[in-house]
Write a protein that binds this ligand. Structure first.
Ligand code: PSV
Ligand code: MN
Ligand code: MN
Length: 388
């Protein structure tokens, strides 16, 4: 028997972080379809993130992206967020958008460019000091396009050197989350292409270096929940960048392409203890809303994660263990599928009402008039980001 009230308590404590870049315009390399009412400043991105929290109750932090969210005073930005009922979460670095980085950032053959990239990463730790953020998120677009273009091992040495310098700079309560990605923008080699490479770098450095699993960064058919289970067991799962993919790094709404995969991932998280706040596993979204409304898309995404989590919490663990232990293959699978096939929407609606929220976050958001208000207020321009 599953303890419903324990599941509800766990769901009440859920913390899903939204990314500032989800609120701005974005697109593919073919076209950015500009939407009305998008934020013009980092403060307005925070305003939008606060709406997601207001209607879901489980999205109390927003990740920043530097330099897209550059401000003069990060302490003041953190205070601004707090006044709106949210906090600043992970600081995401950007060493991929300067001309200098054509042949790489921290792995570039030119030491002056490596220095420039490292300085940016270190500056981001200064920003964390000011915002009170715990996590620095590192994603490198570094790699090569042609065999022979650069020395694969030398690039690993340069990567290790930069990561070690960042690690040394971290404060006691700070960590970095190292992202990997199969390919793109580099097509022949990528310097951090998979979890194993990230893990090996993190393992050498110590506990403040953790792997982050971006669900969109794997080859089709990869068993992501296995990676999650393994990293959790090793104490190296720093968190998630959630999104959905059909083909490559599509950045679609989490749970849209494959809700069953999301459930399988959350099952491993719950079973591996990764849902307990002490383990420090961060649940972040990394998405772009190219054709759908952005705030509403974030609310839907948060709800999708909530639904997968609720189902994972409803797995009858005792029955599952008993079936597994006795070699009852189909019995174990049935327990698993029973949880997945449970309609958890009534449970979540009830939980929201208990939390003083509307049972239907999307309807409540649409009825609030916030979107119409910002369309009117933000007629001139947009903030920096993927599409700016
Ligand atoms: C690029 O692939 C990317 O989506 C990475 O996943 C980062 O986390 C994100 O952009 C923000 O820099
Ligand atoms: Mn990511
Ligand atoms: Mn990505």
């Amino acid at each position: 028997m599953t303890d419903i009230s324990a599941a509800k308590d766990a769901l009440r404590r859920q913390h899903i972080e939204t990314p500032s870049w989800a609120y701005g315009n974005s697109g593919t390399r073919f076209k950015v379809f500009a939407q009305r009412g998008v934020p013009r400043t980092p403060q307005e991105k925070i305003d939008d993130a606060a709406q997601v929290h207001r209607f879901t109750g489980v999205a109390p932090s927003v990740a920043l992206h530097i330099p897209w969210d550059t401000v003069d005073d990060y302490g003041a930005l953190a205070a601004y967020a707090k006044e709106r009922g949210v906090q600043i979460g992970a600081i995401n670095t950007n060493v991929f958008q300067d001309d200098d980085y054509m042949l790489g950032s921290v792995t570039n053959p030119d030491p002056a460019i490596r220095r420039k990239a490292l300085d940016h990463l270190l500056e981001c730790v200064d920003i964390m000091d000011a915002t009170g953020s715990r996590d620095l998120k590192l994603w490198f677009s570094d790699g090569t396009n042609y065999p022979g273009q650069d020395d694969i091992r030398a690039r690993q040495d340069r990567m290790a050197e930069a990561l070690s310098a960042v690690y040394e700079r971290l404060g006691d309560h700070q960590r970095f989350l190292l992202e990997y990605k199969l390919f793109e923008p580099a097509f022949y080699t990528t310097d951090l292409p998979d979890w194993g490479t990230s893990y090996a770098h993190c393992l050498k450095l110590g506990p403040k270096a953790q792997v982050v699993v971006d669900t969109g960064h794997h080859a089709p058919g990869t068993n992501i929940e296995f990676i999650v289970a393994f990293l959790l067991r090793e104490g190296k799962l720093g968190g998630f960048d959630f999104n959905s993919r059909f083909y490559a790094d599509d950045d679609l709404m989490v749970g849209a392409a494959d809700p069953f995969q999301l459930f399988r991932i959350m099952h491993e998280v719950v079973q591996g203890g990764g849902y307990d706040p002490e383990t420090g596993v961060a649940f972040m979204l990394d998405q772009c809303h190219n054709i759908e409304p952005k705030i509403q898309g974030q609310i839907r995404s948060v709800m999708n994660v909530q639904e997968a989590t609720a189902k994972a919490l409803l797995v009858d663990t005792a029955a599952l263990r008993a079936a597994q232990g006795s070699g009852d293959v189909l019995g174990a699978n049935a327990v698993f599928m029973d949880a997945y096939n449970t309609d958890v929407r009534p449970l979540l609606a009830e939980l929201r009402e208990e939390m003083g929220l509307d049972a239907d976050p999307i309807a409540a958001y649409l009825a609030s008039g916030y979107y119409e208000k910002v369309i009117e207020e933000r007629k001139d321009g947009q903030a920096a980001g993927w599409g700016a």
